[in-house]
Design a protein around this ligand. Structure first.
Ligand code: KG4
Ligand code: ZN
Length: 335
């Protein structure tokens, strides 16, 4: 039975690895070590992630992240039973670095290698070190690249109910922050400034499209508001108020369809919230007031990209399917 799993993540600007140990059922996994080397400070200078630079940085740092992770877990390479790596979606150059490393290691150690979907793995970020929630569950992955609402009949079934028709929610935080002259990534900065702002001073368009989530209208509204404000945008109080109003609408938009589902007869027993935006304080507060269903929220370290969530989903898939099928890295979400 698989006991120790190495999870490898390199889809964007974090090189992260984790060692997990599966419980006696071989299914649920506890994190022994989770190391995250972020390029955020370097990418800040460019106001976003430059794919070429991200790939090169992964290459520079990946071996030392591996050594650090094993050392911190107190595990020798030969003790690893399974390697799980993000197969996609993500920046293809960045993914290739993680995948080449994982493949080389699997060959050298003669261990199985499993490819994991990054968006699905985010859901496992909310389940780490906790008992499984009851199924069927509703799961929201709200990140820099995706805004997905899933129905999960079981821990490895991901039926996509709704997604963003344009920008992802986290991406809109990043773009609006840039518009306001704030640093990258925008989510944490807007979250902080919003706590000091007046939520009702600026009116935002209420977005509730039948076909999916949408952030382009909200973004354009912010652009027009900033232009109309002219020099007043330099005033911290004005920016705080804008952040509060934008953040509220960006999050409320996600909650509206959820409210409709839960407002009528439904089969769901739990809600799982995951992805980088799951770190948002307004989101975390609102979702806790929202329903009496069992709720799983990720610990703050497991909101953003991390190797532990990759290892946890990889271990689960391997335990259920018992094989590590052939796979290739992919840049776009495949479902
Ligand atoms: O899941 P993640 O690390 O990367 C992707 O897979 O995309 O998510 C990163 C995103 C960024 O857009 C960042 O601005 C956003 O998560 N984020 C937040 C907060 N912390 C990170 N958004 C809103 N509020 C936050 N506190
Ligand atoms: Zn992610």
């Amino acid at each position: 039975m698989v006991k120790k799993v190495l999870g490898i993540e390199s889809s964007c600007d974090e090189t992260s690895m984790a060692i997990l140990e599966t419980a006696d059922d071989g299914v649920r996994a506890m994190v022994l070590a989770n190391k995250i080397a972020s390029q955020m400070d370097m990418q800040k200078a460019f106001g976003g992630v430059i794919p070429e630079i991200a790939a090169r940085e992964h290459l520079t740092i990946i071996s030392s992240v591996y050594k650090d992770t094993l050392q911190s877990a107190g595990v020798e390479p030969a003790e690893i039973d399974l390697i799980a790596v993000t197969a996609g979606p993500g920046l293809i150059g960045a993914l290739l670095v993680g995948n080449a490393f994982a493949r080389g290691l699997a060959l050298r150690l003669q261990k199985p290698l499993i490819g994991v979907d990054h968006v699905h793995a985010h859901i496992y970020g909310a389940l780490l070190n906790k008992p499984d929630p009851s199924f069927p569950a509703l799961a929201l992955v709200v990140s820099g690249g995706h805004t997905h609402l899933y129905e999960m009949a079981s821990p490895t079934e991901f039926k996509l109910l709704r997604l963003s028709l344009d920008d992802a929610c986290g991406e809109s935080f990043d773009k609006v922050a840039r518009l306001l002259g704030l640093s990258y990534p925008g989510g944490p900065v807007i979250d902080r400034m919003a706590t000091k702002g007046d939520i009702s001073r600026f009116k935002m368009p209420l977005v509730d499209l039948p076909g999916g989530f949408s952030y382009s209208g909200l973004k354009t509204h912010m652009l027009n508001t900033v232009r109309a404000l002219g020099d007043k945008i330099q005033d911290d109080a004005v920016r705080n108020d804008l952040c509060a109003a934008f953040q509220k609408e960006a999050i409320e938009q996600i909650l509206r369809p959820l409210e409709r589902i839960l407002g009528s007869a439904h089969p769901y027993k739990s809600i799982i919230i995951a992805g980088g935006v799951a770190a948002n304080s307004y989101f975390r507060r609102r979702i806790q007031e929202f329903s009496s269903l069992e709720l799983r929220l990720p610990e703050m370290t497991y909101c953003a990209d991390n190797g532990a969530m990759i290892g946890a989903l990889g271990a689960r898939m391997y335990a259920l399917e018992g094989i590590a099928a052939e796979f290739r890295p992919y840049s776009r979400y495949r479902g």
